[in-house]
Write a protein that binds this ligand. Structure first.
Ligand SMILES: [Zn+2]
Length: 271
């Protein structure tokens, strides 16, 4: 999993997460450095793993120290440092995306509780507007997106980038964040993997055989395999498995060579 996938995972949890769980994870540090995660007080509950039956337990502050109550063990003390919480900084993420997609200055706006306008991008086929919407996993998410975009001006193309799930939406192409951008660890910023033009299929989406289409589809497929925790560890094994899956999904289309797919796997895992 790369840093952006980890960010998506945290956004998908829709709230604060304990920094402790990620303390030794370099990707977590990179997200903090880039301002994509921010401090958010202390977590209110922990998973008790001290007894036979793991359970959620509320944090209590008693007699000058923190702890949680366990039916088996009574009050179990917890270090304050282990309770520090972080949450995704979505406004910062939107600014990072604005820069990564090379949008002209201005245009960033929060349109709803889950939805932001990232900016405009000129493509060979016309002007595209890019939005970020946290999750597209349920009908409620789709309704929330529809409401947020109601007053938006129509452009030639519309793209909605999401951190978790990408249900199809009637008025825009949807694309998973983790296949669209990756983290540049040195510069602490996001870089695009797929251009907005490719993501919206501008100019008119070709029907296979084109490298950009292969690349887009493989990145999506690899992200899905990673999310479902079925990705192979080795690059070659993963490339072979992804190619099989691609043939199953697009049985009537040409396929790229195995070496090309290996390159997509490297690219996908790079950030
Ligand atoms: Zn317990």
């Amino acid at each position: 999993m790369n840093a952006v996938s980890l960010l998506c995972d945290i956004i998908g949890q829709a709230g604060k997460v304990a920094a402790r769980a990620y303390r030794d994870d370099a990707r977590f540090g990179a997200l903090l450095d880039a301002g994509l995660l921010e401090d958010d007080g202390l977590v209110q509950s922990v998973l008790c793993e001290n007894c036979d039956l793991p359970h959620d337990a509320e944090i209590k502050f008693e007699f000058g120290s923190y702890g949680h109550f366990c039916p088996d063990l009574g009050l179990v003390p917890v270090e304050r440092a282990d309770l520090v919480a972080v949450r995704p900084n979505l406004a910062a993420l939107v600014e990072h995306l604005h820069a990564a997609f090379e949008c002209p200055p201005g245009g960033i706006s929060q349109l709803g509780p889950q939805t932001w306008r990232v900016g405009l991008v000129d493509t060979p086929g016309g002007r595209a507007v890019v939005h970020f919407h946290t999750c597209l996993r349920t009908d409620d998410d789709l309704v929330s997106l529809g409401n947020a975009l109601r007053a938006e001006i129509r452009r030639d193309y519309a793209l909605v980038v999401t951190a978790a799930g990408h249900l199809p939406f009637r008025d825009a192409a949807t694309y998973p964040l983790a296949t669209m951008v990756q983290m540049d660890l040195g510069a602490a910023c996001l870089r695009k993997i797929v251009s907005v033009a490719e993501a919206v299929g501008a100019p008119p989406r070709p029907t296979g055989g084109r490298p950009s289409v292969y690349r887009e589809r493989f990145h999506e497929l690899l992200a899905e395999r990673a999310a479902q925790v079925v990705a192979e560890k080795g690059r070659n094994e993963e490339a072979k498995a992804a190619l099989l899956e691609y043939r199953r999904r697009y049985p009537h289309e040409t396929t790229p060579s195995l070496s090309t797919v290996k390159a997509y796997v490297s690219e996908f895992r790079g950030g």
